[in-house]
Design a protein around this ligand. Structure first.
Ligand code: F6R
Length: 361
């Protein structure tokens, strides 16, 4: 049942305020300015001794894991990174007893992720899951974890589950942070930010007509560049993947900081750039990248907290706490991918060559 929407993708994008509300529900503990994660199965003493966090997932879940790693580093101050599970499982990984491994999956059935979990467990690694489907194979194989509670996702292309997964990581980061060195004041600040998310997503979705008009302007592009820096980088990667999957337009994602080390050679009027420009400590650096692109007559669509002078268009998104901003900044670009695909007449819910869950090698 599409509930009045023409595609599941559109329905699922629209459901995000409720989905985020669900992942938060019952978990916030105002008394201690933290969150309760019942299924985590990680006691406080163990949480204090973790030296590193390694996040494993594929595709969109990998990108959500990259945002998760950033949230964990910033909020809990534990070194963290994400890697495609599909690569990890084949490189004879060194499994470190002081590292906490986290497997991320919407379906909970992706074979590459499951195989990585099994390999880790065989080598004595501790593995948690950040999973959407309750009782799925990865949920069962992991030692504990955080359910994402996005609800069923039918469209092959993941949208609401991506957003909810990033929120689930924010909860994990806050939980670990408050066991370690995050202050009560910062805990309160993050909680207040989390509580603002559903309303801010509603605000972003209300801008759909503007995004639709923009998508019409870019649908003739043969290729697009997506850039972002630090917090914005995984947002750019995910937006690029979304556009590729549903519109079949070639897209490339790059850290804005790396442009001058090569990809700047591609910039010309026929290659539009989508730039993620949060109002954070890197704002001026990002603006300088926009200057570089403009100097080569590149078209720029910015996603930012205020209109960007160098951009041809800016999609303005509401500001949250700096750490949480990446959760919101990709959402207009889900709509951008959707409307581009619609303008091109694509099979949005079932893009060619793709399956919802990849349960084979
Ligand atoms: C992207 C997409 C895929 C999945 C990937 C992992 O829109 O749907 O990239 O994200 O196959 O799937 P899960 O999260 O089910 O493990």
């Amino acid at each position: 049942d599409m509930g009045g929407h023409d595609t599941y993708m559109h329905k699922e994008i629209s459901e995000q305020p409720d989905a985020v509300d669900r992942v938060l529900r019952g978990r916030i503990d105002d008394r201690f300015s933290t969150v309760r994660l019942d299924g985590l199965n990680l006691d406080a003493r163990d949480a204090r001794t973790i030296r590193r966090i390694k996040i494993l997932g594929c595709g969109t879940s990998y990108h959500a894991g990259q945002i998760g790693a950033q949230l964990i580093e910033e909020i809990a101050r534990i070194p963290a990174d994400a890697e495609p599970a599909s690569e990890f499982r084949y490189r004879n990984p060194v499994v470190d007893p002081d590292t906490l491994y986290v497997a991320v999956s919407q379906s909970g059935e992706t074979y590459d992720v499951l195989a990585a979990v099994q390999e880790l467990k065989r080598k004595g690694g501790q593995v948690l899951g950040v999973v959407n489907v309750v009782g799925s194979a990865i949920a069962r194989e992991t030692d504990g974890g955080v359910y994402v509670h996005a609800g069923p996702e039918v469209c092959v292309v993941s949208t609401k589950c991506f957003t909810n997964t990033t929120v689930a990581f924010a909860l994990l980061a806050l939980h670990l942070g408050r066991i370690r060195d995050l202050s009560v004041a910062d805990g309160k600040r993050i909680i207040a930010g989390l509580r603002r998310l559903p309303e801010q997503i509603t605000e972003i979705l209300a801008g759909e007509d503007e995004v639709k008009a923009l998508a019409g302007n870019y649908a003739d592009a043969k290729s697009m560049m997506f850039i972002g820096r630090v917090r914005g980088c995984p947002v750019a990667r995910e937006a690029s993947l979304k556009l590729k999957e549903v519109s079949y337009i070639h897209a490339e994602a790059y850290p804005a900081s790396e442009l001058k080390h090569g990809p700047l050679a591609l910039i010309e009027p026929a290659l539009p750039t989508v730039a993620i420009v949060p109002d954070d400590e890197l704002l001026e650096k990002n603006r300088a990248a926009l200057e570089e692109i403009k100097a080569r007559d590149g078209r720029i669509l910015a996603v930012a907290h205020a209109p960007q002078e160098r951009a041809d268009h800016t999609i303005v998104v509401p500001k949250n706490e700096t750490e949480l901003d990446p959760i919101l900044m990709g959402i207009p670009l889900q709509l951008f991918a959707y409307h581009t695909a619609l303008a091109l007449g694509r099979d949005i819910d079932k893009p060619r060559n793709l399956a919802k869950s990849v349960t084979v090698e």
